[in-house]
Write a new protein. Structure first.
Length: 446
């Protein structure tokens, strides 16, 4: 019995998949990445842009055709908007939410015996069920031996006007800090080198628990202490924080512990004051720049990444230039630039999507140019210096080379070094750089 799980979307979905995988393997299935081999096949969907959801439709159409030739049970989970959920019920054998994961074996069992009948969706009281978080108790089957994701919260209360997430993952719920720390401790003991705390607004962690939970800064400090006590060498990341909740104590905590990685992913979405308001981000450009100044002051070696949307409803050329100017000012090391895509249910879907696909592409290229320039200038200053690099695989394009990432998550091509270095942190001397990447050689131990 083989099962294939196709994961779309962000690390949150990858983390969900690791838990889904544990449950399915517990039922006796073997995992495969080859769709054709599977008798149980599912997709963990992302709704953040229409393109991602279109992929789910094309997959299920293909799989439903296969059903004419062989027995196949299909399922979908992950981030699904209510409008799509209704359609998926007709296309998939099973639609389930992550908080129903503990019941997955029962649900699949029923599907297995009655796949020719209509799709099941055993959930009645969705609102109450949204609060359930016992799926976090399922031990994940980590997909890497040296990198791991640890969810610390689910859902989102921010309701940015463009965004689907609050409608797919429900309200913000924090996971118990004891459970988070226990999972991190286990990973550290297993010598995992990069651990990422996950949530839609990691720095509002604990606020939903009204004084019963510690704050995000306190959580970071506890991980820092744990790291110090362990004597192990690892980097702890988190994604994503929201600028609105990015207090100075979070940055101070990162400065105080070696294991808290000096890399900050701080989505800004736009460099224009008015657009930020229309996006309902609830902070000003000045607030954002103040955080950047704090990071530069307290974490001088930190890299800064961001997310930016171009072509949001009503975005003028001038507003786009404000985003470019903000990028010039901050000098991001990486920016995930997305073309705006209206999402049903999100507030901005009622506003005109008035920027043509061509203009969106031009604006994306404009901001990419700024990114490449600022990133190159940063990387050029790294040449000739030695950095610690987590080696994460073999380079597919250059024979004998390895790939890796610095603590600041800058990708490095390492020209020498054997494959047994994969999963270890090595000293690498940077020999040359390109716009968004570095090249280097392993500095031999003296
Ligand atoms: N919680 C994170 C983001 C989660 S969604 C935050 O607050 O930043 C990941 C990214 O997808 C967002 O940062 C945004 O840049 C992009 N995105 C979200 N909705 C989008 C939409 N409707 N169109 C285009 N990009 C979108
Ligand atoms: Fe979406 Fe905004 Fe929540 Fe991020 S903070 S998940 S962009 S609604
Ligand atoms: Fe997509 Fe869900 Fe992540 S909508 S971006 S997979 S939180």
């Amino acid at each position: 019995m083989k099962c294939c799980v196709v994961t779309l979307g962000c690390q949150m979905n990858q983390s969900d998949s690791e838990r889904i995988r544990s449950v399915i393997e517990g039922m006796g299935y073997e995992m495969t990445s080859v769709e054709e081999e599977a008798t149980l096949i599912g997709v963990v969907a992302c709704s953040v842009r229409q393109k991602a959801i279109d992929k789910v439709y094309s997959k299920i159409q293909k799989w439903n055709q296969w059903k004419n030739k062989k027995p196949l049970v299909t399922f979908v989970s992950g981030c699904i908007l209510p409008a799509d959920e209704k359609k998926f019920l007709k296309l998939f054998d099973l639609v389930f939410r992550m908080n129903e994961l503990p019941e997955l074996p029962d649900m699949l069992h029923q599907c297995g015996v009655a796949t020719e009948f209509s799709a099941m969706h055993p959930l009645n009281d969705l609102h109450r069920e949204d609060e359930r978080t016992d799926f976090w108790q399922v031990d994940p089957t980590y997909s890497s031996e040296f990198e791991a994701f640890v969810p610390i919260q689910n859902g989102c209360d921010k309701f940015c006007s463009y965004c689907a997430v609050p409608y797919t993952r429900g309200r913000e719920v924090s996971r118990a800090s004891d459970d988070i720390l226990a999972e991190v401790k286990k990973l550290v003991e297993r010598d995992v080198k990069a651990i990422t705390l996950l949530g839609q607004n990691v720095n509002s962690y604990g606020l939903d628990k009204k004084g019963e939970e510690i704050s995000f800064a306190e959580l970071l400090r506890k991980v820092g202490e744990l790291g110090q006590r362990s004597g192990k060498d690892f980097w702890l990341y988190f994604t994503s924080p929201h600028p609105r909740d990015m207090t100075r104590d979070v940055i101070e905590a990162i400065a105080d512990y070696d294991c808290l990685a000096k890399q900050i992913h701080l989505p800004v979405q736009s460099g224009d004051e008015k657009l930020l308001r229309r996006m309902n981000r609830n902070h000003s450009i000045e607030d954002y720049l103040k955080i950047v100044d704090d990071i530069r002051e307290l974490l001088p070696t930190a890299t800064i990444f961001t997310d930016i949307i171009v072509g949001f409803s009503g975005e003028t050329d001038e507003q786009l230039e404000n985003s470019a100017a903000l990028m010039e000012r901050v000098k991001f090391n990486m920016a995930y630039i997305a073309k705006y895509s209206p999402r049903v249910g999100a507030r901005s879907a009622r506003w005109e999507d008035d920027i043509s696909p061509q203009v969106k592409s031009e604006r994306l290229a404009r901001l990419s140019d700024v990114l490449k320039r600022t990133s190159l200038a940063h990387n050029e200053a790294m040449v000739g210096k030695v950095y610690r690099v987590l080696i994460d695989g073999r380079d597919r394009r250059v024979d004998g080379a390895l790939t890796g990432r610095t603590e600041g998550k800058l990708p490095v091509r390492v020209l020498d070094g054997s494959e047994d270095r994969v999963g270890t942190i090595c000293d690498v001397e940077i020999t040359s750089v390109a716009e968004l990447s570095l090249t280097g050689r392993i500095r031999q131990v003296r």
